[in-house]
Design a protein around this ligand. Structure first.
Ligand SMILES: C[S@@+](CC[C@H](N)C(=O)[O-])C[C@H]1O[C@@H](n2cnc3c(N)ncnc32)[C@H](O)[C@@H]1O
Ligand code: SF4
Length: 388
């Protein structure tokens, strides 16, 4: 007889993908598109409302703890569009009184002018794509803002929103450890509760990939990459913003709820072109994905009420693997008991003991299993060993 388990953990978020950008950055492989010509934004927002109604029908009774407008560039949205989408979410689901409502923003002066409008619409957290605090690298990354504009946007955001964060990309071509130490030190002065720090990755299909492939972009080797990572951990820890996930740093209590819902393997509805979701329907976890092309998605929503192109029911084994992949990114680690419940099997004690012996994992007083500082640079290999 199959034991019935509660596959959820009560966490529920809504992700809204806005797919448009003013220009395509050469390193980016997110689902982002530059559209030219006339655009009926209010009509486009109606498609989001339809998808929200559809997903709410599948997940009745949930309380939304986090809403995240990601992109693309959601800060190109008219604040009235953000307000309309939030109103629609509130109409179909309960929104928790302390829900985190984040919008990803690019720090140009034009976009900063909309910040008050977003706050009035209900946004209570912004995440700014600063990427670098140096002019040369900003230009090389194809960014459309200057350092001064970015700093002004961060300060303005801090004065308007209760919470804010910004992103930087490091381990860039030509960057030295000393350069990064200076830049990150400045960033830590500027930051309040949260920072996302990503090592540059070369993604297929981007201009950076072509340059790198042609030998025209020299990336740090593995050892230098590890040194960048270690330096980042040390400086952020000393500044009181330790990592709570591989690339995310926060003062305790300032962690992003949206991020935690992903990594604690909660439930989330993905709305908009190319958005992914994980939903519990009739006790089974569904992995959903939507049509990526913005206007194709809109057509499909008009025809069917949703833009879904994938709806896979995950096997127990797949759920267990996802729990490990997501949860072991977190400093708090994973609950091996929950892994056993979801996957119907236990993590091999022999594997745990071996990884402990070489110092890659440890067990916390609450019984959670987590990857150590030494294990983080080789996280993928650690996850593969535990999942085996
Ligand atoms: C959805 S993206 C960008 C959001 C927003 N449009 C912007 O550009 O700021 C979220 C973050 O991913 C990071 N990112 C994107 N591509 C990356 C890459 N190839 N390597 C490292 N970080 C990357 C950037 O820091 C970026 O701010
Ligand atoms: S990094 Fe941001 S602005 Fe640049 S293309 Fe990607 S989503 Fe658009």
């Amino acid at each position: 007889m199959v034991e019935l388990v509660d596959r959820g953990n009560g966490l529920f978020g809504v992700y809204i993908h806005w797919p448009f950008c003013a220009a395509k950055c050469p390193y980016c492989d997110f689902n982002s598109h530059v559209h030219r010509g006339a655009f009926d934004e209010a009509g486009y927002v109606d498609s989001y409302k339809q998808e929200i109604a559809y997903y709410a029908g599948l997940t009745r009774g949930r309380t939304v703890q986090s809403i995240f407008f990601g992109g693309g560039t959601p800060s190109l949205m008219d604040p009235r569009s953000v307000a309309a989408i939030l109103e629609s979410i509130g109409h179909h689901w309960n929104i928790a009184p302390k829900a985190e409502i984040t919008l990803e923003a690019n720090p140009t002066s034009v976009e900063a002018e909309r910040f008050r409008g977003y706050r009035a619409a209900g946004v209570n957290r912004v995440s700014l794509g600063v990427q670098s605090l140096r002019e040369g690298p900003l230009a090389e990354l194809g960014r459309r803002h200057t350092v001064d504009e970015a700093i002004a946007a961060v300060r303005l955001a801090q004065s308007i929103f209760p919470r804010s964060s910004f992103d930087l990309i490091y381990a860039r071509p030509k960057q030295t450890l000393a350069d990064w130490e200076d830049e990150l030190t400045e960033a830590l002065w500027l930051a309040q509760g949260h920072l996302s720090l990503y090592q540059l990755t070369i993604e297929m299909g981007t201009r950076y990939f072509d340059l790198w492939n042609a030998g025209k972009l020299k990336m740090p080797d593995e050892d230098l990459g590890a040194d960048f990572y270690e330096l980042t951990q040390e400086l952020t820890r000393n500044a009181g913003l330790p990592a709570y996930e591989i690339s995310n740093h926060a003062r305790p209590g300032q962690e992003s709820i949206h991020n935690l819902i992903y990594w604690r393997y909660g439930e989330y509805a993905g709305i908009g072109p190319g958005a992914h979701g994980r939903l519990l329907i009739d006790g089974k976890r569904h992995a959903t994905a939507a049509e990526k092309l913005p206007f194709q998605w809109q057509k499909q929503v008009a025809a069917r009420g949703n833009g879904m192109t994938t709806d896979d029911v995950l096997t127990w084994e797949e759920e267990g693997d996802e729990l490990l992949v997501m949860g072991l990114r977190l400093r708090e680690g994973i609950d091996p008991g929950r892994f056993a419940k979801l996957s119907g099997r236990r993590i091999e004690q022999r594997q745990i003991d071996e990884l402990k012996r070489i110092g890659f994992v440890e067990t916390l007083p609450n019984g959670n299993l987590r990857v150590t500082d030494k294990g983080w640079p080789v996280l993928d290999a650690v996850v593969a060993d535990l999942a085996a």
